[in-house]
Design a protein around this ligand. Structure first.
Ligand SMILES: Nc1ncnc2c1ncn2[C@@H]1O[C@H](COP(=O)(O)OP(=O)(O)OP(=O)(O)O)[C@@H](O)[C@H]1O
Ligand SMILES: O=C(O)C1=C[C@@H](O)[C@@H](O)[C@H](O)C1
Ligand SMILES: [Mg+2]
Length: 172
């Protein structure tokens, strides 16, 4: 086990990493860090702007830099990550070093419904977001599995139920 005792949430866009992460941090008394928000704060621009100007490659480099910096922190944190963080092989090792990694899963239908409410995800600004989510999920599912210590299915639970399940696993 790593010397860090953080809780790290990985999974596709719409799995609930940010929503669950915030609630979980408050329940555990941990600080909450969302890598997407850290990147936006550091850049002084939102994710669509970063993708537009620096490309996905630029965004991925920023993501890895954030993970490296988080490893230097000593506070107990719940870390919500971006949905594509596992696409960089180096990140998988960094995530596992940071603490206990939970893969939040949801069905294609749920992911599509949950991400249809806003336009903040550049990769889903396409004609058929459901097909894009499916394609990304097929590519990334083995990577989430490789990063994670445990999987949580979120379809049948609201965010509070997911928090409860993670807490039960931590305490077990
Ligand atoms: N367990 C859940 N049940 C129902 N709705 C949920 C659940 N978890 C999250 N949601 C809703 O789904 C939407 C997306 O959630 P959220 O932004 O937390 O996903 P995310 O995994 O952080 O996505 P991204 O990778 O794009 O950052 C939000 O509207 C949130 O309220
Ligand atoms: O799945 C992805 O590749 C992404 C997910 C979001 O969390 C953001 O990190 C960004 O929109 C890219
Ligand atoms: Mg998020």
């Amino acid at each position: 086990m790593s010397k860090h005792s953080n809780i790290v949430l990985v999974g596709p866009m719409g799995a609930g990493k940010s929503t669950v992460g915030r609630l979980l941090a408050s329940r555990l008394g941990f600080s909450f860090v969302d890598t997407d928000s850290v990147i936006e704060d550091r850049t002084g621009a939102d994710i669509p702007w970063i993708f537009d100007v620096e490309g996905e490659e630029g965004f991925r480099a920023r993501e890895t830099a954030v993970l490296r910096d988080l490893l230097e922190e000593n506070a107990s944190m719940v870390i919500a990550t971006g949905g594509g963080i596992v696409t960089q092989p180096e990140n998988i090792a960094l995530l596992r070093k940071l603490g206990r990694v939970f893969f939040l899963q949801a069905s294609l239908e749920q992911l599509t419904a949950r991400t249809s409410k806003d336009k903040k995800r550049p990769l889903l600004q396409v004609k058929d977001p459901k097909a894009k989510i499916k394609e990304l999920l097929e590519l990334r599912a083995p990577l989430y599995e490789a990063a994670a210590h445990a999987n949580i299915m979120t379809d049948v639970r609201g965010a509070k139920g997911v928090v409860h399940q993670i807490c039960a696993q931590i305490e077990a």
